[in-house]
Design a binder for this molecule. Structure first.
Ligand code: 13P
Length: 248
């Protein structure tokens, strides 16, 4: 049975003092029945991974380069992340697709590099508000999924996060029918690509304005195996009710 998963994406937030929040999470969830992954900024990964080594909280990264090493000033490879204790890396977040002009082809390369380093790739995809208004949601999701998924994808090395761009940080969320439509579609399309049992093994996360008040309703939707949480993952007191809703 695959375990459900909740991922906290801190984005460009968090100083060394914020490590306290990750430690509090470890204390609050000594033996969780779901997987918990926190992705702080790169500056905090090594210390967080060391602090949480004996806990149930896993530490991940928010991005990696597609190459293993080389002349790429300022970049960090998946192997380097693994070396400092990261267990996973988010790739293809819409903020990187938008602000860093990352293509699905590059996202696939990054995921492949993550797999090679033994990291779980949390591959993000999602439509913009204009794309949804134009009725293109499933076509966009299909294109992004097809092009972002590297060969060798399995439930052990890959998680897919559906994050509608318009729901991120906005307080807006799709209704349950809209989330179910995309998640059911993702499961079917993954099945066509890697087979039904392979597709069943991949955790499908919903992300975008998940908070304590809407988490339980979102987790009740078909083919939702957890959440990718931004703002509400920064403080243990906000993140814990979401984790508890997933465990219920
Ligand atoms: P919010 O939960 O702040 O909307 O962010 C979602 C997100 O982008 C997580 O990756």
């Amino acid at each position: 049975m695959k375990r459900k998963l909740v991922v906290g994406n801190w984005k460009m937030n968090g100083m060394t003092a914020s490590l306290r929040e990750i430690q509090k999470l470890g204390t609050a969830h000594p033996a969780p029945t779901v997987d918990i992954l926190v992705c702080p900024p790169a500056t905090l990964i090594a210390t967080a991974a060391g602090l949480m080594a004996k806990s149930a909280i896993e530490i991940g990264a928010q991005d990696c380069h597609s190459a293993g090493s080389g002349a790429f000033t300022g970049d960090i490879s998946a192997a380097m992340l693994s070396d400092i204790g990261a267990k996973a890396v988010i790739v293809g977040h819409s903020e990187r697709r938008e602000y860093h002009k990352e293509s699905s082809a590059l996202v696939s390369e990054k995921a492949r590099s993550a797999h090679a380093a033994g990291l779980i790739a949390v591959i993000c995809l999602g439509e913009t508000e204009a794309e949804r208004a134009a009725g293109q949601t499933l076509a966009i999701i299909a294109d992004q999924l097809d092009a972002s998924l590297p060969a060798g994808t399995t439930g052990d090395n890959t998680v897919i996060a559906y994050e509608p761009v318009w729901a991120i940080g906005s307080g807006l969320t799709p209704d349950r029918t809209q989330i179910a439509e995309v998640h059911d579609f993702l499961r079917d399309r993954l099945g066509e690509r890697i087979g039904t049992s392979g597709a069943q093994a991949i955790r499908l996360l919903y992300g975008g304005s998940v908070k304590a008040t809407n988490a339980a309703a979102i987790f009740a939707i078909s083919n939702v195996d957890g959440a990718l949480v931004g703002g509400a993952s920064l403080l243990e007191k906000d993140f814990t009710p979401i984790i508890k809703a997933l465990m219920d």
